[in-house]
Ligand binder design. Structure first.
Ligand code: ATP
Ligand code: MG
Length: 360
């Protein structure tokens, strides 16, 4: 089976590492032959060779949301999960309107153009979060507004034809996510809940937690069904102080908060993606042991004391081999232990070893 991956990032890299064990071959379409997945693929294709990529792939999936328009049109009816689902994601506004229409709980929001952003923010009230409609990830294109003049940051960074989502700033108790997987016959499984800790809008670490949050589980199951999704669906949630569950966003692809599953679960999110899209039975999503993960942000291998990190029992290094940039996700450390408390202690230790200061 030859699997075509749109996008050459670390999500594709881990999908390839997992799929190789099962005999799959991988084709990667990405402008950069040096990207993590491009480098280890059986074949790499630049975007202008998309027809060849399509011809050589038995099944096509994506690991990247911001696929360029030319490519998108050529692969439109050919991907699993369907690109209709990704279309929802490509506009934060459309995504939010989809939640509203389906009565899925999500923070209160309004929509603004560049020209009326100031006025819309005034009417909506502060504090709020302004998110650019398109191309955001890892907190990019996102602004927290506490004072009226904060709106200038958003206006200055964006063009006059852009649109924005204006969202209530949620003072949440904690953030969590659930990853679901659904196969071609409609069988569904859920991965355990993870609690996720972000710093400046970017995931720093997360760990599994044996909470029963039935409302959230139900949301993930019904979203997969409603979207008729085949593959993975990661849903990020806020848990409010008064016990409500609100959807922040979803991603129809492998997710950073599921990296622990490589070491913590019977079947990783990457393997289950491949099983789902290739018509194989889903693997168990059960946890073998409490687990977690720490992202390596904006660091080179020389910046970290690998020996000390790996001397923490249950720690494993994943290094994506990307060019170092500030705040960029360069790799991660997975951690397993026999109790949830031990996982948290190990994560704290690893964070102290990695970041003697705030991640740059
Ligand atoms: P990523 O791609 O890393 O998931 P993103 O750029 O798509 O991030 P979001 O997931 O919308 O952006 O936001 C990133 C983080 O910012 C959230 O996980 C949360 O910590 C914080 N955040 C976003 N929206 C809100 C909100 N309305 N209230 C409070 N915090 C928020
Ligand atoms: Mg997010």
């Amino acid at each position: 089976m030859r699997v075509g991956l749109l996008g050459g990032g670390q999500l594709g890299w881990m999908t390839i590492l997992e799929g190789r064990k099962m005999g799959f071959e991988f084709l990667v379409l990405d402008p950069d032959p040096g990207a993590p997945a491009s480098k280890i693929a059986d074949a790499w294709f630049p975007p202008n060779k998309v027809e060849d990529f399509i011809r050589h792939s038995d099944v096509i999936t994506y690991e990247f949301e911001h696929i360029e328009e030319d490519v998108l049109q050529k692969v439109y009816d050919l991907t699993t999960p369907s690109l209709n689902i990704l279309e929802l994601k490509r506009s934060r506004i459309r995504e939010k309107e989809f939640y509203r229409k389906g009565s899925y709980p999500t923070p209160e929001f309004t929509v603004a153009s560049w020209k009326d952003l100031k006025q819309k923010v005034r009417e909506f009230g502060l504090p709020c979060v302004v998110k650019a409609e398109r191309l955001g990830y890892d907190g990019k294109g996102q602004y927290r507004l506490y004072y009226p003049e904060d709106v200038e940051k958003a206006l200055n960074n964006h063009a006059q034809d852009e649109k924005f989502l204006v969202e209530r700033l949620i003072d949440f108790n904690f953030e969590f996510s659930i990853i679901g997987v659904r196969d071609r016959r409609g069988n569904k499984r859920l991965y355990p809940i993870t609690l996720n800790h972000h710093e400046n809008g970017i995931l720093l670490y997360n760990f599994t937690r044996s909470y029963e949050l039935k409302d959230a589980e139900h949301i993930v199951l019904s979203l997969m069904e409603e979207l008729d999704l085949v593959g993975l669906l990661a849903v990020e949630f806020f848990y409010t102080w008064d016990g409500r569950v609100l959807i922040n966003e979803f991603a129809p692809r492998p997710h950073n908060t599921g990296h622990y599953s490589l070491d913590g679960c019977y079947t990783s999110q990457f393997e289950n993606l491949l099983r789902a899209i290739c018509g194989l039975p889903l693997g168990s999503t059960k946890l073998k042991t409490p687990s977690g993960m720490v992202n390596l942000l904006g660091l080179s291998l020389e910046d970290i004391d690998i020996a000390s990190i790996l001397s923490v029992e249950g720690a494993k290094l994943y290094w994506y081999g990307k060019e170092k940039k500030p705040r960029r996700k360069m790799g991660h450390i997975n951690v397993v232990a026999s109790t949830e408390q031990e996982v948290e202690e190990k994560i704290e230790k690893i964070i102290n070893l990695i970041y003697s200061h705030e991640p740059s």
